[in-house]
Design a protein around this ligand. Structure first.
Ligand code: UDP
Length: 376
């Protein structure tokens, strides 16, 4: 369907959300996709298991990146990518989102004059304390093709002076990721049974952003609020990110986990199934702000800012760590079945499930143009 030579599109990634959001594109590209994993997320819980679960091909792995400072993550990956692109020049490079892996991939493509396509372009939190904000601004301004998820993302890019000809509004690939990876109703029911959960009868939470985990006060406030939401009839599930677990132990806050149902991070399908039937989600994740709109579940976002305003209002609301979490959560929970039915009937503002197909089409056009130029 997409006649690109084998391994001609380098897809540079390094974290869980990138694996999730690029799976459908990789599948559509087939043998043309060459996955390059920087190792930014190096634990099996956040990466290895996801590669297998999502059916992704074996990537080329870079070394010496995971667990390093931001500058070393970027520079170590950049040096290795440059060697890789010199040895095996791709027709195009794809990066997704705002990670250090994505910035390294973008810089490596730019340095070698290889066309660069950015999936999920144009997001802005306007919070300059977030490294991700700097990553996404830098990536957008050197990208050749910017795949904006929404018209608002496109408008933001135009306001920054990006040429309209470089922007394509494709939708966000998360919509098809959720649709394709959500287990069917029978498997979801079996999963809830295994967890001893009732549909609409529990809260699902995740916390991993540095602004929440690096501050013991914020971490204490979040865990205290989550603990207060848990009742014998309404458990609060917390699949714990390794970074958060380490920070909780370092801040001596382990006792605050007692009222919560804590587990290791779960696989993507399992997470979606749990999210699909949660009465409420509480999270600081970027991806979950999008996923909640496809699953039709309410979300309390524990952050100072968001780069996804499209989700706010109907589906989600933004609160800072503190008593606002409990207030927002109780208000949402009080809406009950009526509130859940209302959300289920709303379309996702992030797209129609065809973003990956549009992006594959754009890559085919770039590939054809590059091959013609090379032949001339
Ligand atoms: N996720 C998962 N298992 C978990 C927790 C989250 O599969 O135990 C998924 C979640 O559905 C989302 C992604 O991981 O797609 C979010 O990753 P993360 O929160 O690390 O990054 P962010 O979205 O904030 O960039």
């Amino acid at each position: 369907m997409y006649p690109l030579p084998p391994r001609s599109v380098a897809i540079v990634l390094g974290t869980r959300p990138e694996l999730v959001k690029l799976t459908d594109l990789v599948r559509l590209l087939g043998p043309a996709a060459h996955l390059v994993h920087t190792g930014q997320h190096y634990d099996d819980e956040l990466s290895g298991r996801f590669l297998t679960e999502l059916g992704l091909p074996e990537p080329t792995f870079l070394t010496g990146v995971g667990g390093q400072s931001r500058a070393v993550q970027i520079s170590a990956a950049l040096a290795q990518l440059d060697g890789l692109f010199a040895a095996e020049p791709p027709l195009a490079v794809v990066v997704q989102g705002d990670t250090n892996a994505a910035l390294a991939g973008a810089l490596a493509a730019n340095a070698r004059g290889i066309p660069l396509l950015h999936v999920e372009a144009g997001l802005r939190s306007h919070d300059r304390d977030m490294p991700e904000e700097h990553n996404r601004v830098l990536i957008d301004h050197i990208s050749d093709v910017l795949c904006a998820a929404t018209e608002d993302n496109r408008a933001g890019l135009l306001a920054e002076g990006v040429d309209d000809a470089r922007i394509a509004v494709t939708g966000n690939t998360v919509v098809e990721a959720v649709r394709n990876q959500l287990p069917d109703a029978d498997r979801r029911a079996a999963l809830l049974d295994r967890y001893g959960l009732t549909a609409d009868g529990y809260v699902l939470a995740t916390v991993h952003r540095p602004e929440n985990t690096d501050s013991p006060e914020a971490l204490r406030a979040i865990l205290t609020e989550l603990g207060a939401l848990a009742t014998p009839g309404r458990p609060v599930l917390l699949p714990l990110h390794p970074r958060t677990r380490a920070r909780i132990e370092a801040a001596r806050l382990t006792h605050l986990l007692a009222p919560l149902t804590v587990s290791a991070p779960v696989g993507y399908g399992e997470f979606l199934a749990l999210a699909r039937h949660a009465a409420l989600l509480v999270s600081d994740s970027g991806g979950i702000q999008e996923e909640c709109t496809v699953l039709g579940r309410p979300l309390v976002v524990v952050r100072r800012s968001t780069e996804r305003p499209e989700a706010m209002g109907d589906f989600a609301e933004l609160v800072e760590p503190g008593p606002g979490i409990g207030r927002a959560a109780r208000r949402r929970l009080a809406e009950g079945a009526e509130g859940l039915d209302r959300l289920a009937a709303l379309p996702s503002p992030f797209g129609d499930g065809l973003a990956s197909e549009r992006i594959a089409g754009l890559l085919t056009a770039i590939g054809a143009r590059e091959q013609l130029t090379a032949a001339a």
